[in-house]
Design a protein around this ligand. Structure first.
Ligand SMILES: Nc1ncnc2c1ncn2[C@@H]1O[C@H](COP(=O)(O)OP(=O)(O)OP(=O)(O)O)[C@@H](O)[C@H]1O
Ligand SMILES: Nc1nc2c(ncn2[C@@H]2O[C@H](COP(=O)(O)O)[C@@H](O)[C@H]2O)c(=O)[nH]1
Length: 216
């Protein structure tokens, strides 16, 4: 089939610490057609985070300027900081036939589903196996202060309460199993009829072959 498919916008959301970034890394390592949308944020970098790789770290005024100029596909205020997905890299990746992966909260997911780009979205919500395990994961990550962890735990239900708006919901208990399920979901989404624009042509060719007596 000759025609190029249009890329998918793959959205991962979850309460903080449930495993989005970990699984996003695994998805990207699996298939280089998946391009990660590097978000902009006003939160300070964590140790080891690189500007332009993990996030684009912006001042609040630079962030607001970007939003005012229409440069964000979506944006939200999360845990006291601004976060947003810059539009130009998403457009460029889609034009090159890539899928774009977003690690964003429910507000951003909602905005992307309703965005003017009119692209196909695939949204997946990750649930933690328990609230106690969520806290353990945030603590074991070892990158946030006790105060930050407490704030994120306090907001965890707010995020979880939006689970119902997603195409798929996975309980991220065993990491390898969740990874395998995610890959299956992406594979299946790429096989949707709407994602295979050459299908109609292919069926027409089969019909022509059939009518030309190509059957035994
Ligand atoms: N299935 C799992 N089992 C055990 N530990 C996990 C699992 N998934 C992720 N983790 C660990 O939990 C911690 C938090 O994961 P991660 O940073 O990916 O969460 P996140 O959802 O991206 O968080 P945030 O929203 O704050 O960015 C990490 O230390 C990660 O290694
Ligand atoms: N709406 C958006 N949410 C985003 C974006 N980038 C990240 N996030 C979400 O923020 C929290 C906290 O992230 P952290 O890196 O500070 O732990 C998490 O839920 C992310 O999914 C974005 O561009 N838009």
């Amino acid at each position: 089939m000759a025609s190029e498919r249009r890329g998918l916008l793959i959205i991962l959301s979850s309460p903080s610490g449930a495993g989005k970034s970990t699984l996003a890394r695994r998805l990207r390592a699996w298939d280089d057609r998946i391009v990660f949308s590097v978000s902009a944020t006003t939160r300070p970098p964590r140790p080891g985070e690189e500007d332009g790789v993990d996030y684009h770290f912006l001042t609040e005024s630079a962030f607001k300027k970007e939003v005012a100029a229409g440069g964000m596909l979506e944006h939200a205020h999360v845990f006291g900081n601004f976060y947003g997905s810059p539009k130009p890299p998403v457009r460029a990746a889609i034009e090159q036939g890539h899928d774009v992966l977003f690690d964003i909260d429910w507000q951003g997911a909602q905005q992307i589903r309703n965005s003017e780009l009119g692209l196909h979205t695939l949204s997946i919500f990750l649930l933690p196996p328990s609230i106690a395990e969520l806290k353990r994961r945030l603590e074991s990550r070892g990158q946030d202060s006790a105060e930050t962890i407490a704030r994120r735990m306090q907001k965890s239900w707010d995020e979880i309460s939006h689970w119902d708006g997603y195409d798929f919901v996975l309980v991220n208990a065993d990491l390898d199993e969740t990874e395998a399920r995610l890959k299956s979901i992406v594979t299946a989404a790429r096989l949707r009829r709407s994602q295979q624009p050459g299908l109609t042509e292919h069926v027409r060719r089969l019909q022509a072959e059939f009518e030309d007596g190509g059957t035994p």
